[in-house]
Design a protein. Structure first.
Length: 437
């Protein structure tokens, strides 16, 4: 059923002129009137429709739908639909050389590997530069990121060529004191990472090494967490929202106000319980159609999160539709054997299990008891004892307490219908016990 996508999957060359042209286009589009943006989206979504119809999953869903003007006729899909079939059923062809798999695990507890061909990775890289622009981050500013996984080399974590390699130093250590030592030596202008990782780091970071800009992503930025970051770093954190399946969705600018939606890469719909679009100022389920990854054309993808449409322009003057808030899934702090808080991001299965186990996992959950012992429950199609033992050992290296990794038949959502992948009843002790609790 698959057909070779007409859009090149290779990164454009020469890359620097192409990047500059694309960045200028993004800057111009951000200041266009909404009607013109919608016209451009229809052109992009027409291509996404055409590509999706060439996939096994999209052929059935889009049968009889002529063009994006009939978008509302297409039933939304979610991660469960993608995970129920082979990757080949929702991609447009064979992945070219240079394609990397980006794992989506995070707060849902459902691992999913999404292929990013070179052209798609480049698109996301240019978008990252655009986000830096609206945050007044100059390209040559020194940046440090807490995002690199322990098994990644710094070279593997740099995904946007020479410019990013020269300005960003991925940190592979998860020890806050070791990370603090690097930051105190480099004194970066920009520090990026998951909010709770930044809180743990901020508690041991010397005051004179605080960055001038703090950017966050990867979890719901509650008022409590935002307050803790503000107290620790003496700046307002700038949050971004996205997911591996659909890329970057929305980001806060330097005003730290509304979330600017990246309309040039996505068509977003905010729907009520009856599947109808909500009015500005109202909240609803977020459904996305992608315009940037020709290998994975997703039409009406239900993210599982709720957002609120803003009913006013951003304080920076940006007047295109924005989100005033993002209501994602919540996670608990965990506690290691010494009583120190551990960010839940360090317990993502993708950081501890080999790829052959991730490929077989339907869902997982990490639960910590009051005595600080933990249990990793996995619903998997396969998994040998050796793999489970090594995974448990990896978790123990983080928590320093007994960890059991077990197979279970199924994992059910909570009373509110939402599944919580990370829960802990343990109580921290010592420094920072009350911050962002």
């Amino acid at each position: 059923m698959s057909v070779p996508p007409p859009v090149a999957l290779r990164r454009p060359r020469p890359v620097i002129p192409a990047t500059v042209r694309r960045l200028v286009a993004l800057e111009l589009q951000a200041h266009q009137d909404w009607a013109r943006v919608v016209r451009r989206q229809r052109i992009g979504s027409s291509e996404t429709f055409r590509l999706a119809k060439g996939t096994q999953l999209g052929a059935d869903r889009l049968r009889g739908v002529r063009d994006p003007t009939e978008l509302a006729l297409v039933a939304p899909i979610d991660k469960g639909h993608l995970r129920a079939v082979p990757t080949a059923a929702w991609t447009t062809g064979e992945a070219p050389a240079g394609t990397r798999t980006v794992w989506s695990t995070g707060t849902t507890g459902e691992p999913l590997g999404v292929p990013y061909p070179p052209s798609a990775a480049w698109q996301q890289g240019v978008l990252a530069l655009h986000i830096n622009r609206i945050r007044h981050i100059i390209p040559w500013a020194t940046r440090l990121s807490l995002d690199a996984l322990p098994h990644q080399s710094p070279a593997a974590a740099r995904s946007f060529g020479r410019v990013r390699a020269a300005t960003q130093v991925p940190l592979t250590s998860r020890d806050p004191d070791a990370v603090a030592a690097v930051i105190e030596a480099r004194k970066p202008r920009v520090l990026n990472g998951a909010a709770r990782e930044l809180i743990v780091l901020g508690e041991v970071l010397a005051p004179d090494a605080r960055p001038r800009i703090v950017t966050t992503h990867g979890e719901l930025l509650t008022d409590e967490i935002r307050h803790a970051l503000r107290e620790l770093y003496d700046v307002e954190p700038l949050d971004s929202y996205g997911m591996s399946e659909v890329g970057r969705i929305a980001s806060q600018c330097r005003a730290a106000d509304l979330y600017h939606v990246h309309h040039e890469h996505l068509v977003v719909e905010v729907l009520d319980d009856d599947g109808e679009p909500v009015e500005p100022g109202a909240s609803g389920d977020l459904v996305v159609t992608t315009l940037w990854n020709p290998l994975v054309p997703l039409v009406r993808y239900r993210t599982g999160d709720r957002v609120t449409l803003a009913d006013r322009p951003c304080l920076c003057g940006h007047s295109l539709p924005c989100f005033s808030s993002v209501d994602g899934r919540t996670m608990d702090w965990f506690v290691d054997a010494s009583g120190r808080r551990v960010p839940p991001q360090r317990l993502w299965l993708s950081m501890h299990a080999p790829a052959r186990l991730l490929d077989a996992v339907d869902r997982y959950r990490v639960v910590q008891a009051a005595d600080r012992t933990a249990r990793v429950e996995i619903v998997a199609r396969r998994g040998d004892r050796e793999v489970l033992a090594s995974t448990a050992a990896s978790y123990r290296s983080v928590l320093g307490a007994p960890v059991e990794v077990v197979h279970v038949e199924r994992l059910l959502p909570g009373p509110n219908g939402r599944f919580r992948a990370f829960t802990s009843e343990a109580t921290p002790s010592g420094r920072g016990e009350d911050a962002a609790s």
